[in-house]
Ligand binder design. Structure first.
Ligand SMILES: [Zn+2]
Length: 216
């Protein structure tokens, strides 16, 4: 089961690399609720996520995220604050800190141009970011970090290339275009001949009338 999942993740990451521009080490954008969840389970984020992805990761947290972790209540707050000490601080546009999850939503809302892998627990946040193309999403299940399947809109990025292989080659397409053009030209050439025949038709009676006139 574990090997199967590892293979799935490897394929998914290959997809994100090939079609969304992801590169190792992956930039892991961590949501405060994920940090708190990991702290409550004594899970080392970088180590566990690296194991899950089979790749090196660089953790980042926004300034609002740090603020949210610091303001969190509960017994695991100190552990969580210690856990993010080594994380890269990601600048965000908020001079007055907002909720960490909301901050992430704003950063990724316009598209994942920095190629972040998102680690978040909130189902609400994950559901919102699932709509954005090219966002790998991780969350914790017990003490394991799992990755969501590649969403349909992100999988679709592979399709133009896949179908191109099955379709016609460039040469074949050119040939077809020429053939179509020739057919069209032939049809166009055939059209003027039709009225000519009609013209011949009316001319027909004239010789007859001429013959009649000869008999008289
Ligand atoms: Zn912010």
């Amino acid at each position: 089961m574990r090997a199967k999942r590892a293979k799935q993740y490897r394929k998914a990451l290959q997809h994100y690399q090939q079609f969304c521009g992801f590169r190792e080490p992956y930039q892991l954008l961590v949501s405060p609720d994920f940090v708190l969840e990991a702290a409550s389970k004594s899970v080392d984020i970088v180590e566990t996520v690296s194991q899950t992805l089979g790749a090196e990761v660089r953790p980042l947290i926004t300034f609002c995220g740090i603020d949210t972790v610091r303001k969190a209540e509960g017994e695991h707050r100190d552990k969580a604050v210690a856990a993010i000490r080594g994380f890269e601080k990601r600048r965000c546009p908020h001079t007055e800190p907002i909720a960490g999850a909301k901050c992430i939503e704003e950063i990724l809302g316009g598209g994942n141009k920095h190629h972040y892998v998102l680690a978040a627990q909130s189902e609400v946040l994950r559901a919102k970011l699932r709509r954005i193309v090219g966002v790998p999403i991780l969350h914790m299940k017990q003490v394991v970090v799992v990755m969501e399947p590649v969403p349909e809109h992100t999988r679709a990025l592979a399709r133009p290339q896949e179908s191109a292989k099955q379709e016609l080659s460039g040469v074949e397409r050119e040939m077809l275009k020429t053939l179509k053009a020739e057919t069209r030209a032939a049809k166009a050439a055939a059209r003027p001949s039709a009225p000519k025949r009609k013209k011949k038709g009316p001319k027909g009676p004239n010789p007859l009338s001429a013959k009649k006139s000869k008999k008289k």
